[in-house]
Design a protein around this ligand. Sequence first.
Ligand SMILES: [Zn+2]
Length: 359
Amino acid sequence: MQRKFISQLMSSVLFLAVAPVSFAHAADEMDGTLYLKTNNSIHLFLATEMPNGDRALTSQLNVPEDTILAIDIKDINDSLTLAQSSPERVNYPYIIPGQKNIQKSRLGWACGIRVVDVLDEDLRSSDVIDRTDFCISLPDLRQASSLESNGNAIRQSFFEYKIANTLGKMNSLAKEIDRLRKDREEFGIVDKAGSTETIISPIKNCGKGCIVATSEFGMRRHPVLKINRLHKGIDLRAGIGTQVVSVYSGKVLATRTERNRLTKKVSGYGNYVIVVHPNAKLETLYAHLSAFKTKAGASVNQGDLIALSGNTGIGTAPHLHFETHVQNKRGYTAVNPRNFIGSMLQIVAAFFQSFHFNV
Ligand SMILES: [Zn+2]
C-alpha cells in the first residue's frame, strides 16, 4: 500500500513536472469542463432506457442560439472516440417532437450535457433546465463554439476535433484528467485545484452584517410577471453604480445582455456576468448590472471589480441579483446563496423582504 501510494504520488508529481503547461493549467482553470455556445437553436434530448435495456433518446427541450452548455471533456471524448471506432454504440435511436415512432439514428450522440445559461426567462426558471444528463447530436455539437474562457488545452483539443476531425489531443487530455481524478479519490492528493479562499461579499466593502437581502432564493410569485417561478438567486440591495466584485478567484465565462425576443428591449437579467471558480467548485452569476468592468475570458482575482450594479432587465428597483451554482456529481445546480454569504447578511433582512419586491 505504502509503495503503491508512493509510486502513484511520484507519477503525479512527475506528471505535473513534465506537463505543467498543458494539463495542469487546464485542470486548475476549468476542471475538465468544456463550455460551449450554440450558434443556432438546437434540440436537447434525454436518454431513456427501453424495455430491452437499450438506450433511446426523447426530445426534451429546444434551446435558442447563444445558449451556454457544458460537458466534461471525458464524456465528450468517450462519445467521439466511440463514434469513430464503433459508431453503432453511440447511434442511439431517438424520438423527435410530435412523433411516436422511434427513429434509427446515423448521427451519433454525446450525453452528459448541462445547460449553464439560456437567454430565455421562462426556460431559465424551469426545473427542466437543471437536468444535467441531456444528449446532443454530434453534428450539433460540432457546430457549437467553445467559449473564450475554457481552459486552453481543453479548447484546443475541441478545436482540433472540429477542424481536422482528430482526437489525439482530446484523448490524452481526457486520460490525464481521469488519472488525476483517480489519484485524488484514492489518496486525497490535492493539487493546485484545492481552494484556500474564503468567500467574500459580491458587493465591495460590504461584508459581515452589511448586505441586505430584498428577495430570497426559492419559488415565489414573480412581482412583475405575476406567475410562479423559481427565483434562482438572492436579491441584494445595491444602488446604481455600486461596485460588484468576484467572490472567489476564477475566470469570467461570459458577459451577457438579455433581450426580449420580439421587442429586442433589454429584459430578464439585463446585463449579467457569469464567473467560474473551478477551485471552489462554484459558478457565480451577477445580474441587472449597469456596466461591465470585465470581459469574457478574463482571469479574475477574488475581490476584483467585475461590474457596476444597476437596474437593467426586469425589476422594480436597483439591486444585485446574485446566484451560486454548486458542483455536484453530475454538474452544477443553483443553490441558495445564503449557504455561502448568509453570515454577511443583516438579520433584519427578512423583515424588509415583505416591503421590497425585486427580481
Ligand atoms: Zn433576483
